[in-house]
Design a protein around this ligand. Structure first.
Ligand SMILES: [Fe+2]
Ligand SMILES: [Fe+2]
Length: 337
């Protein structure tokens, strides 16, 4: 996955501790502004404004959490995939998402926040993750809809992040985007197989589209007018394209794909606007969006509980890995002595 507009408010600023800048002079700030304006990357060792660091920690950690929580809805279907091939593909996709989480936690750690802190914020409910993963996966067609639409929306959101001003985040996104592109195609392929199948299979694909369409449209985050972080993240070169523009790009790209599948997008107001050169769409239920973001979507509690349980069950693995690393260090030190 998966970002939605990864700039949602969470907790108090500074709760995820960022390393304080030690040379916050006007001179350093001017050099920083110049670097960003010239489209040169900011690297971990460079001076950066505290607010830039905090914003990146919030955005990258929300993104990492989304990748990891995003494994759960699809995990629901690994044992029930309709063929060995589909199961292998789904497993590979879910594993990719875990990898995306790792790259992103590592990128956020370069800003001086530990993975333990980020995970604690997720588990306590302070940190956000993409609202889309709080919806249930009721049928196999949901695996198609998630790949096609959720990963498709993620690509729209993430391609501009490959040019993000913060080097480690931008570099992580390049590889992630390549993998998301495979995810989107495998989802579309599932939908295509269902739409070419029996009337029951096609109905299953339509039902999945009906349930996922609006939550996916919401993934791009609040309208530009209500997006509290957008102006800053644009100025700093973290965000390049606004939430509404990305949403429009996604809708414009997806409508012809739905037509090819022979499916109907569940929006009676959706129509081509020749004057604008874009599709117009109906109103978005922002109450549902905020309800889900703030912990009261259909599966929020279940998802968080599953994450906490998995983390607790993995305690012995982390302990063993640390003990192994300590022994290896001790052996290396002895050999060097
Ligand atoms: Fe993905
Ligand atoms: Fe991903």
């Amino acid at each position: 996955m998966y970002t939605q507009s990864m700039d949602l408010p969470q907790g108090q600023p500074g709760e995820l501790r960022a390393v304080p800048a030690d040379a916050a002079s006007a001179d350093a700030e001017a050099r920083f502004d110049e670097r960003v304006a010239a489209d040169r990357k900011v690297e971990p060792q460079d001076w950066m404004p505290d607010a830039y660091r905090r914003t990146l920690v919030r955005q990258i950690s929300q993104h990492a959490h989304s990748e990891v929580v995003g494994m759960l809805p699809e995990g629901n279907w690994v044992t029930r995939a309709p063929s060995l091939e589909r199961k292998a593909i789904l497993l590979a996709k879910i594993q990719d998402e875990g990898g995306h989480g790792l790259y992103l936690y590592a990128a956020a750690e370069t800003l001086g926040t530990s993975r333990d802190q980020m995970i604690a914020a997720l588990h306590s409910g302070k940190a956000k993750y993409s609202s889309i993963f709080n919806y249930p996966t009721l049928t196999w067609a949901d695996m198609g809809a998630i790949g096609w639409l959720v990963d498709g929306a993620a690509i729209m959101n993430q391609i501009p992040l490959c040019r993000c001003s913060y080097g480690p985040y931008a570099r992580a996104m390049i590889r992630i985007c390549k993998e998301e592109s495979f995810h989107q195609r495998q989802g579309f392929d599932i939908m295509l197989a269902l739409c070419r199948g029996t009337p029951e299979q096609k109905a299953m694909a339509q039902d999945a589209l009906d349930r996922w369409w609006w939550p996916v449209v919401m993934m791009f985050g609040p309208s530009d007018a209500d997006s509290i972080h957008s102006a800053h993240t644009m100025k700093w070169g973290i965000k390049r394209i606004s939430n509404d523009e990305l949403r429009q790009k996604f809708i414009d790209a997806t409508v012809p794909q739905a037509e090819l599948l022979g499916l109907t997008i569940p929006d009676p107001d959706l129509k081509w606007n020749a004057e604008r050169g874009h599709y117009d769409h109906g109103p978005i239920d922002w109450d549902e969006f905020w309800r889900t973001v703030n912990g009261n979507g259909p599966c929020n509690r279940e998802r968080l509980a599953a994450r906490v349980r998995a983390h607790e069950k993995g305690e012995w693995v982390r302990e063993a890995a640390l003990a192994h690393a300590a022994k290896a260090r001790a052996r290396a030190a002895k050999a060097a002595a």
